[in-house]
Design a protein around this ligand. Structure first.
Ligand code: HEC
Length: 144
């Protein structure tokens, strides 16, 4: 019984609790394809998506290793990340850290500094996109 509860809680945490489509999330839907594409730098923030990203940032454990106040913990603070990296790189790092830490020069350089390999959290594409929207919102709020 306890195991079942733990399993159910685990599922609840990893299944998206937000979808920008009217129906269930379908990555093939033309609107979904548009949403998943990298946003233009000056595109307005989608606040519902950013709020979902903020929840996922906590639920996925990102916050435990990446504070958002500029303080380094296990990994670098991700404040300002949207100014340091582009979305394609961010998405690759968040969805496939194992492969990035082996094959990508910038990620390998980070590993040399931080020494801890970032774990694969099983982040899906819609989550990666929403996490990025959250980071855009935070970075934009700091602009003078
Ligand atoms: C157990 C700690 C840990 C967790 C959990 C974690 N990361 Fe990381 N992350 C790291 C470390 C350490 C690095 C630096 C690269 C390396 O050494 O692996 C890193 C690097 C990164 C980078 C590149 C930073 C830069 O300055 O370019 C991004 C982006 C990132 N993580 C996003 C995330 C997101 C989003 C999540 C949640 C889905 C997450 N991380 C979860 C430890 C973690």
């Amino acid at each position: 019984m306890t195991l079942l509860v733990v399993l159910l809680a685990g599922c609840a945490e990893t299944s998206p609790d937000w979808t920008p489509l009217d129906g269930p999330w379908d990555p093939e839907h033309p609107e979904a394809v548009r949403i998943l594409a990298a946003p233009e730098a000056d595109a307005p923030i989608d606040s519902a998506m950013a709020a979902a990203g903020e929840r996922w940032y906590r639920n996925r454990g990102c916050l435990a290793c990446h504070r958002m106040d500029g303080t380094p913990v296990v990994g670098p603070s991700l404040l300002g990340i949207t100014e340091r990296r582009d979305y394609d790189w961010y998405r690759a790092m968040v969805m496939n850290p194992d492969s990035m830490l082996v094959h990508d020069d910038d990620a390998r350089e980070l590993l040399q500094v931080w020494r801890v390999p970032m774990p694969d959290q099983g982040v899906r594409e819609l989550e990666a996109r929403a996490l990025w929207e959250y980071q855009r919102r935070e970075d934009r709020a700091r602009r003078p």
